[in-house]
Design a protein. Sequence first.
Length: 216
Amino acid sequence: MSMNFGREQALLRQRLTEQGDEGRARELAERFGPKIKCLGARDEDMIQAAAELTEQFPEMGRAQMTAFARTLWNSKTHELRRVGAEILALRAELLEPPDLPAIEAMLKESHDEDVTAKLASDVLGRLVCKNKKLWKDLQKLAKSADEKLRRAAVLAAKAPCAMDGAVFDRFEKLVTPLLADADEVLQRAIDEVLQAAADQDADAVKAFAAAHGRKL
């Protein structure tokens, strides 16, 4: 079945609007500001919508998936952006290194901490698992002046560190300059990755935590 982006986006907007709550929509609008539209749908509604779309279009390839996710993202509607991020996460195995600039652009534009975390952990992180050469790109993100990108660099390290103990030294190099950062969300992300990495290389993680006065 061929996907018509305009039709599917319109149907998705209608569905999430019907599932939305006016009070929640107002609350989100106050949080995200006037540049982001909010329909008031629940997180579980958005997750379900993304799952059904991927089931409806099982033949969706890499190019079509990323283009559709970007179409949803450009709507500047919170719920549609979230569905786009969920679709990318569900089909992250299709992504390739050339998709990194598009993912980075979405991270820069992200309006919501939860959406940023989804893109970083479950999309960029899975891509780094497949392509270790992308650690150099995480290093660049970790040095960014944008706090969202610094957080994303750390969260993207979670999946590869949880999968392969051999990459923990790369995480050490990435994260050591960030240990003095005053961003509490960033520091929680660092601890989250350390906890995940401990399942692969507990001794190295304990040594790192002890050296920098961190508790797991």
